[in-house]
Design a protein around this ligand. Structure first.
Ligand code: SF4
Length: 292
C-alpha cells in the first residue's frame, strides 16, 4: 500500500511575514541599499539569498548608517528604536505586522501613568519589548499561568490599580485561557484583550489534528524559529515528529511503516522550500515502494 502525504492548509508564510518579506525584496529589486534589524525571518536559505543580494543584517539600531534603508521586522521593535533611527537621520521602512500594530494601539490608548500593563509572553522577545516601550505606566511580563499566579501574589497592590492584560501574538492558546480566567476572578475593574494572532492559532490547531491522524509528522522551518518549534511541540505527543530545514534532511528519516505522513511548516517557511520537501518525499516514497 502506498503512503499518503497530507500538507496542512495553513503551512508556510503567514500574512505578516509574507508582507514583510515582499516589502524587503521590493526594495532590493529597486536597488536601494537596504539592511534589516536582525534576520527578517528565521530561514537560513532566505537569509543566504538576501545576503548574496547585498542585504546586511544589523544587530542593533546604532549600527545603521545614514543612506541605507532599515527594514523593521514583522514583530516590530521598541519605540526607542524609531527615535534612535530618526535622530541619526536613518530612513526606515516599517514592516511591523498590522496585528502587532493593533496591540501597540491598545497599549497606547489604554495605559496611563497609573495603570499596570500585564503581558503574557516572552520578555526577551522584541515584540513584547515593543509593547512595554509603549506603556505609559508600569508593565510586567509572565510566560505561564504559574508565573502569572506568582506575580499576583507578589503584588497585592494590583487589586487597587487599573490593569490592562494583553498577549504576545504567538502565545499559547491553552495558557492564555487559564491566565484569562484567573485574571477575571481576581480583578473586576480591569481590561483584557485577547491579542493572540488567529494565523498562529489556526496553524497550531491544524497541526495537532493532522498529527492525530498521521503515522509521522514533518515540520518544515528554521531551527531558531519559535513558532516552528511550537508546532513541533504540538505534534510530538501524537506521533514521531521531525523538524527539517531543507529537503536533503529527509534522507536521514526512516519512513518505512509510515502509511500517512502529515506535513506542516512554520510562518517563515517559503513556499519553494515546502515544494522541494514534498517533491523529495514523493521520491523517497517511490524508492521505498520499488525496493519492496
Ligand atoms: S504570526 Fe500573526 S502577528 Fe505574527 S506576523 Fe504572522 S500574521 Fe502577523
Amino acid at each position: 500500500m502506498s503512503a499518503t502525504v497530507t500538507l496542512a492548509k495553513t503551512a508556510g508564510f503567514c500574512y505578516g511575514v509574507d508582507r514583510a518579506v515582499t516589502m524587503l525584496y521590493d526594495l532590493v529589486e529597486r536597488g536601494t541599499p537596504v539592511c534589516t534589524l536582525g534576520p527578517i525571518i528565521h530561514n537560513p536559505q532566505v537569509i543566504d539569498d538576501l545576503r548574496q543580494r547585498g542585504v546586511a543584517i544589523l544587530e542593533k539600531a546604532e549600527d545603521a548608517l545614514p543612506g541605507t534603508q532599515v527594514v523593521i521586522r514583522a514583530h516590530g521593535v521598541p519605540k526607542q528604536v524609531f527615535d534612535l533611527l530618526e535622530s541619526r537621520g536613518v530612513d526606515y521602512v516599517d514592516a511591523t505586522c498590522p496585528y502587532v500594530l493593533k496591540i501597540h494601539r491598545i497599549v497606547e490608548r489604554h495605559t496611563t501613568p497609573d495603570t499596570v500593563l500585564l503581558i503574557a509572553g516572552d520578555e526577551t522577545h522584541p515584540e513584547v519589548q515593543g509593547f512595554r516601550s509603549r506603556s505609559k505606566g508600569a508593565s510586567f511580563v509572565f510566560n505561564s499561568p504559574e508565573e502569572f499566579r506568582r506575580l499576583t501574589q507578589e503584588h497585592p497592590e494590583f487589586s487597587e490599580k487599573e490593569l490592562i492584560l494583553v498577549a504576545q501574538t504567538t502565545f499559547s492558546v491553552l495558557s492564555w485561557k487559564k491566565i484569562y480566567e484567573n485574571f477575571q476572578k481576581l480583578y473586576t475593574n480591569s481590561k483584557s484583550f485577547d491579542t493572540i494572532c488567529k494565523a498562529t492559532q489556526n496553524r497550531q490547531i491544524e497541526a495537532e489534528t493532522l498529527a492525530k491522524q498521521s503515522d509521522c509528522m514533518i515540520v518544515i522551518g528554521g531551527r531558531f524559529s519559535s513558532n516552528t518549534e511550537k508546532l513541533r511541540q504540538v505534534c510530538e505527543p501524537f506521533c514521531p515528529t521531525y523538524l527539517v530545514e531543507r529537503a536533503a534532511e529527509l534522507r536521514e528519516i526512516d519512513f518505512s511503516g509510515c502509511r500517512s505522513i502529515g506535513v506542516t511548516a512554520g510562518a517563515s517557511t517559503p513556499a519553494g522550500i515546502i515544494k522541494e520537501v514534498l517533491f523529495t518525499m514523493s521520491e523517497i516514497i517511490n524508492e521505498n515502494e520499488t525496493k519492496t
